[in-house]
Design a binder for this molecule. Structure first.
Ligand code: ZN
Length: 447
């Protein structure tokens, strides 16, 4: 077994363990489950946490009261828990107001949600901005309640704290340049694995990679927020900085068993799009392409007219596209570490492309420089495109990549353009650049 495959197995195991640990935690827009989730992620990366107070106005929105939930159930007349929050936190509509009441089925029914299309599933429902309460149940549970008729003991032991707060996590990795990219994901979904433990873990692992590698060329801002309200609040609190961001990634639903996908930025051909296409091309993977539409995740906020940050997503079973979406079937049978690792590999490549991208200029642009003098070209002519396995003239350098990089390096073309134009793997372009810098034939053009 190679070092790489050992490393891969270790990573898959770590992802699987983290999935197990994070899955049962009750997350929402706010509350103790979110803080517990951050506590676990902080064991991996030094996230900085900020609490935005409930009631604060953020642009057109208001930070909601903090929701805390301890327990919830529907009990039969003889005390049996017919629906039990302790079994699955999706049973309670997110942000449910507290309830403790005896009621008949007829009064309970308007507060019950189930899915005819997927009778085994408990649906995921929320009522963030309208005080309400409810239970989400399987079709079988619904039928049992209907048959029993009641009276039931109904309890939601929750609290909506007007003096609470909404927690967001961030990590800024400072690069050689202050020009910044964004990586954002959301932490507000309870027990569902693809949406969005896959995103939380992928973002965390990407941040950890960047921290390990030493100073990146660009600065990278990792943001972990509740979807929509969290992104809006974060934008409002960091307005000037966010307006200047170069581009970014919104990481969501990237751990399913289905094919990889890619949702474009609102521009469609931004450097972020091109980096993603290169990453897929170089791995010879054809993703499902999703054109930009103003729905989905937090690209709606980051790319809104006030900010216009071009952000894209790499997905694996994208939200809306899989039948388990927003139900209890989006669980750890559906998602695993090895599937997340596939998206992670693409995202790693995307970040590498964006972070390595730069423009260079040749220091000997008048005709071709003499490469054989610098051991970059075979001294014996005539053998081009005829690789030989032995002899002193074996070409150990990637001559194609060297020729392209030298030819295009007039300080206008960046490495992404060279990789596209020459149809060369990005890693080969970078390898050629390193080699040419070593022999003094290339200089970086400052950003
Ligand atoms: Zn969702």
């Amino acid at each position: 077994m190679t070092d790489d495959s050992r490393q891969h197995l270790r990573e898959v195991k770590e992802l699987d363990e983290l999935l197990q640990k994070l899955f049962p935690i009750s997350r929402s827009l706010s509350g103790l489950g979110n803080r517990e989730t951050f506590r676990i992620l902080k064991e991996l990366i030094p996230l900085e946490l900020t609490e935005y107070p409930s009631g604060t106005q953020v642009y057109d929105w208001t930070i909601p009261e903090e929701w805390r939930i301890r327990d919830a159930w529907i009990k039969s007349p003889d005390g049996e828990r017919l629906v039990d929050y302790q079994e699955c936190n999706l049973h309670v509509v997110g942000y449910s107001s507290p309830v403790r009441q005896r009621m008949q089925f007829a009064d309970l029914a308007p507060h019950l949600h189930c899915l005819e299309s997927s009778p085994e599933a408990i649906p995921y429902r929320t009522s963030y901005y309208q005080h309400n309460w409810g239970f989400c149940v399987t079709a079988a549970q619904y039928k049992r309640l209907e048959d029993a008729q009641g009276p039931f003991e109904v309890c939601i032991d929750s609290e909506l704290k007007p003096d609470g707060a909404m927690t967001v996590g961030e990590l800024r990795i400072s690069g050689e340049s202050q020009a910044e990219y964004l990586v954002s994901t959301y932490c507000c979904h309870p027990a569902m694995a693809n949406d969005n433990l896959s995103g939380l873990l992928t973002a965390t692992f990407l941040a950890r990679d960047l921290l390990k590698k030493g100073k990146p060329q660009f600065s990278w801002r990792f943001v972990f927020v509740p979807e929509t309200i969290g992104a809006i609040a974060y934008l409002q609190h960091n307005e000037a900085t966010m307006k200047k961001l170069l581009g970014g990634l919104v990481i969501t639903t990237c751990g399913g068993p289905g094919p990889l996908g890619y949702k474009e930025t609102f521009l469609g051909d931004h450097l972020v799009d091109r980096a993603i296409r290169l990453a897929f091309r170089d791995r010879k993977v054809e993703p499902i392409r999703y054109s930009f539409v103003p729905d989905g995740s937090d690209e709606r906020q980051y790319s809104s007219p006030g900010f216009r940050i071009p952000v894209a997503s790499v997905t694996k079973d994208k939200y809306y596209e899989y039948s388990q979406y927003h139900t209890s079937l989006d669980n750890l049978d559906f998602v695993n570490g090895s599937q997340i690792a596939q998206s992670l590999a693409i995202y790693r490549d995307v970040i590498r492309v964006l972070d390595c991208n730069a423009r260079y200029c040749s220091t000997a642009p008048w005709g071709e420089p003499q490469l054989s003098q610098r051991d970059l070209y075979p001294a014996t002519g005539g053998g081009i495109n005829q690789p030989s396995a032995t002899g002193p003239d074996v070409v150990t350098t990637d001559i194609d990549a060297i020729m392209w990089v030298l030819f295009l390096s007039d300080s206008e073309y960046d490495l992404v353009t060279i990789a596209e134009r020459a149809d060369l793997e990005f890693a080969r372009v970078v390898g050629a650049v390193d080699r040419l810098i070593d022999v003094g034939l290339l200089e970086k053009v400052s950003n």
